[in-house]
Ligand binder design. Structure first.
Ligand SMILES: [Zn+2]
Length: 196
């Protein structure tokens, strides 16, 4: 009797866990399709950072890149807590897609791996390159928290910065919707860091 009860509890817990992971897989498939649409890249590599953030990439990221992602998230969570935000402050809440860089230098010749994305609301602004803009990073889904950055082979501090900056939009989406709306669209002015 005691044993059968235990088994039924185990089965319930297992079914609940399976349901959760199915939802997570479905969400990831949707975000993956969006990442593919935006970058044209196939994200066949799936790894975790040492602190547990999810990383999807075209080629296997170096340890330096993974550590830089963790460092950017650590900074993000610290400044989020300072602003009394508490939601989505776990490394595992975040998925970082690392796409191929569409350029590796900016207009001044500085190392600056960026991705080209459709201009949309940035058309006609200083960012417009003729129907597209170069972006260091871009949010691809608010839930689960997902954004894309470009492959870096050096200047890993820049990776940390981009992770922190894209993460700002996601933290605001989940903690302060009004401030999120005010700061999400850079074509109307304003940049990063948003949170101080
Ligand atoms: Zn931004």
């Amino acid at each position: 009797m005691k044993q059968s009860k235990f088994i039924s509890i185990v089965i319930t817990v297992f079914a609940f866990a399976a349901g959760l992971s199915e939802t997570a897989v479905a969400q990831n498939q949707r975000v993956l399709a969006e990442a593919l649409r935006i970058t044209g890249d196939k994200f066949t590599v799936s790894v975790r950072t040492p602190k547990g953030a999810n990383v999807f990439a075209v080629t296997r990221p170096s340890a330096s890149v993974l550590n830089a992602i963790d460092s950017g998230l650590t900074d993000l969570f610290a400044v989020a807590r300072k602003n009394r935000y508490s939601r989505r402050l776990n490394y595992s809440d975040y998925s970082v897609y690392i796409g191929k860089a569409d350029r590796t230098k900016d207009s001044t010749g500085q190392y600056s791996p960026d991705i080209a994305v459709g201009a949309a609301q940035y058309g006609g602004t200083v960012y417009d390159q003729g129907g597209f803009i170069y972006a260091a990073g871009m949010v691809i889904a608010n839930d689960p928290c997902s954004f894309v950055i470009a492959e870096h082979t050096k200047d890993f501090q820049r990776v940390s910065n981009v992770v922190r900056y894209e993460g700002e939009h996601l933290v605001l989406y989940h903690n302060d919707r009004r401030r999120y709306r005010e700061t999400a669209d850079h074509s109307k002015g304003g940049g990063h860091p948003i949170l101080q």
